[in-house]
Design a protein around this ligand. Structure first.
Ligand code: AMP
Length: 192
């Protein structure tokens, strides 16, 4: 079973994806994690994307589609959780084609709904917690980048909600509920 987790930055996509990895042996494909890894490994692509990511803008479709293509071809799995991908309609079309090439299907798209004020609190809080714990803080977890990340989400990613609704794949979940409640709602979608 392959699913997409859709939602703005701070909606809880990563937390929920991690839970599905642990409980169901699914494979999380986070383009954000892949891009951050590329940055620290000092590759050419890492250098190209670093500034764009820190500003909170989206990197090009070509780069992220390339990253996902590599993973779909090489990983054998109990199902993929696409976390933070697709983020544009072009990426969504590309994902459909890539899955078809691999004779795979997309089974569900789960939208985690959260209001903007909570997102700002969560993300600024995430940065503060990391700072107190002496851990590295994401360069894009500040209010300025966050505003741009939200704007990118509404301009480029939120049209995917209608796109997947029209394909009959979309389920909305209240991402403001506590983590176990969100987990239970996700399980209900996956076990349908
Ligand atoms: P995330 O960890 O999902 O919040 O992603 C962090 C940053 O990586 C985003 O703000 C973008 O700059 C970049 N990024 C991650 N996934 C994508 C994607 N699918 N398309 C374009 N840019 C992405």
């Amino acid at each position: 079973m392959n699913i997409i987790l859709l939602g703005p930055p701070g909606a809880g996509k990563g937390t929920q994806a991690q839970y599905l990895v642990e409980t169901r042996g699914m494979t999380q494909l986070s383009t954000g994690d892949m891009l951050r890894a590329a940055r620290t490994s000092g590759t050419e692509m890492g250098k190209v994307v670093a500034d764009v990511m820190d500003r909170g803008e989206l990197v090009t479709d070509e780069i992220v589609i390339g990253l996902i293509r590599e993973q779909l071809e090489s990983v054998d799995t109990h199902g993929f959780i696409f976390d933070g991908f697709p983020r544009t309609l072009a990426q969504a079309d590309a994902l459909g084609e890539l899955l078809e090439e691999q004779a795979q299907t997309l089974d569900a798209v789960i939208e985690l709904e959260v209001n903007d004020e909570v997102l700002v609190e969560r993300i600024v809080g995430r940065a503060e917690d990391a700072r107190k714990a002496g851990q590295p803080v994401r360069a894009d977890d500040n209010e300025e980048s966050l505003k741009i990340r939200l704007m990118e989400y509404y301009k480029k990613t939120s049209p995917l909600i209608g796109y997947y609704y029209a394909k009959g794949l979309l389920t909305k979940i209240d991402g403001l509920k506590d983590i176990p409640t969100v987990q239970a709602s996700m399980a209900a979608v996956l076990d349908q």
